[in-house]
Design a protein around this ligand. Structure first.
Ligand code: ADP
Ligand code: MG
Length: 427
């Protein structure tokens, strides 16, 4: 067992950009919901990607099956996190990505915010800091509330929440904290199972009820299933399909999951695409303002620029969880290689403008020892969205996760070992 890596003091961040990021949370929540309802848009946008990427194809196949049987999700729950960096050159807040499945590091983020508040309260004069400038982080409570409300909507007090987990989970206490609040505060029982176990234990009744053993499932909460590694055999895909076919609330549904792919992020950034989903022009403007440059690999102009200046771009496959992107000289090499391949191969990736955030000195604590580095930070804003057939029940910004890493590191995940959990100090 090892502690979550954390920074010793908060990072400075402009209050105006902070407010901007928080205001975007309900807009992205709504956007995900709208896009998820447009099955044709999802299928069409990912049609070429699925030819090159087997994982996307399997997800899309489940989505197709749901379209065929005209499956409707009346109760929809999204627990998202939108990640941003503050671009140093333009001073603008740019979105790195939007996560719609298994958003993690919720509990440690709350604890580190209390740690920093305490350190500053004890040493504030010495440090010249005021803990009042650290925004409260109640993410774990708000996520528990959203899950509990979805469970209430399902309306069977004997039903459970099924947390789908990885067999070799390293971030278990993040989940257990959340799940224990569900039990203590809302009296909801949560069972944790891997996809392999679900395939063995779960059945679908003709009326759509999902049973695990003899327990009816009200909500399926995915903390696994976002990476091909979670599907070592057909067994796990069977489990995913079975749950999708059921009347349990899925967090996320297959549609919500697909909206979070990098390819959809890139499609949404094209001209006139947001307009398809959102009416309010101010909202469109706010969303578009945070989009970085995004292109597909058939955009010959963008590709030409990236071959010339690879350090200014990132190539991303359709993967989650860190460690998958391509940076620096590898960008050029990959593009030159892909130019010779069939165009389907290129559709597995997107090309993105590389964001260069402000750097600052930081003390990062990992495995009990402290390292002073020049660092960059990424701001993640959690959001919760819940609706039923009639109305939106919850559409909130739900706290934050700041991840800080050495300024020379490319990737940025906490669990994947690149970054530490940090807190924000508003200036
Ligand atoms: P994943 O789904 O694996 O988390 P991300 O798109 O979030 O993929 O990329 C992983 C990490 O790589 C981010 O946390 C960030 O640190 C870095 N990164 C991603 N995109 C960019 C970008 N456009 N500019 C700079 N850094 C980036
Ligand atoms: Mg990420």
């Amino acid at each position: 067992m090892t502690h979550s890596p954390f920074s010793l003091l908060p990072i400075s961040f402009p209050r105006s950009n902070w407010q901007q990021a928080c205001e975007l949370a309900p807009l992205f929540n709504e956007l995900v919901d709208r896009v998820s309802l447009d099955g044709e848009f999802l299928q069409e946008s990912l049609s070429r990607t699925k030819e090159a990427d087997v994982f996307t194809r399997r997800l899309l196949d489940i989505h197709s099956k749901m379209l065929e049987i005209n499956k409707r999700e009346e109760i929809r729950l999204g627990l998202h996190r939108s990640d941003y960096m503050l671009d140093a050159q333009t001073n603008s807040l740019l979105q790195v990505e939007l996560n719609t499945i298994s958003t993690s590091s919720i509990a440690p983020g709350c604890i580190v915010s209390e740690l920093h508040r305490n350190l500053i309260n004890q040493n504030g004069k010495l440090l010249g800091l005021d803990s009042g400038n650290i925004p409260r982080n109640n993410n774990v409570s708000q996520y528990a509330e959203a899950l509990a409300k979805a469970w209430i909507e399902y309306n069977n007090s004997r039903a459970v929440i099924l947390a789908v987990v990885q067999a070799d989970e390293h971030n278990m206490y993040d989940q257990l904290w959340l799940l224990s609040i569900l039990k203590e505060r809302y009296g909801v029982t949560v069972i944790r199972k891997t996809l392999t176990e679900i395939d063995a234990d779960a059945v679908l009744l003709p009326d759509g009820t999902l049973l695990v053993g003899d327990r009816e499932v009200a909500v399926v909460y995915f903390r696994a299933g976002y990476t091909p590694r979670d599907y070592p055999s057909e067994s796990e895909w069977r489990a995913r399909l079975l749950m999708e076919q059921s009347s349990a609330v899925k967090c996320p549904s297959i549609s919500y999951h697909l909206v979070g792919t990098k390819k959809i992020q890139q499609e949404l950034a094209k001209p006139n695409v947001l307009e398809r989903f959102i009416e309010n022009e101010d909202d469109i403007e706010k969303l578009r303002k945070c989009f970085a440059g995004l292109w597909d690999l058939d955009d010959s102009n963008a590709v030409k620029n990236a071959i010339k200046r690879p350090e200014l771009f990132v190539i991303k496959p359709q993967r989650e969880g860190g460690g998958n992107n391509i940076y620096g000289d590898d960008v050029r090499e990959t593009l030159l290689k892909l130019e010779k391949e069939r165009s389907e191969e290129r559709a597995a990736y997107i090309l993105m403008q590389r964001i260069f955030p402000f750097t600052a000195p930081a003390c990062l604590v990992r495995d009990g020892s402290c390292h002073q580095v020049n660092s960059v930070s990424e701001v993640g804003i959690f959001g919760a969205y819940l609706r039923n057939k009639e109305k939106v029940i919850m559409n909130d910004e739900c706290g934050y996760l700041i991840r800080t890493k050495g300024s020379t590191a490319n990737e940025g995940g906490v669990i994947s070992g690149y970054a530490v959990i940090d807190i924000i100090y508003l200036t």
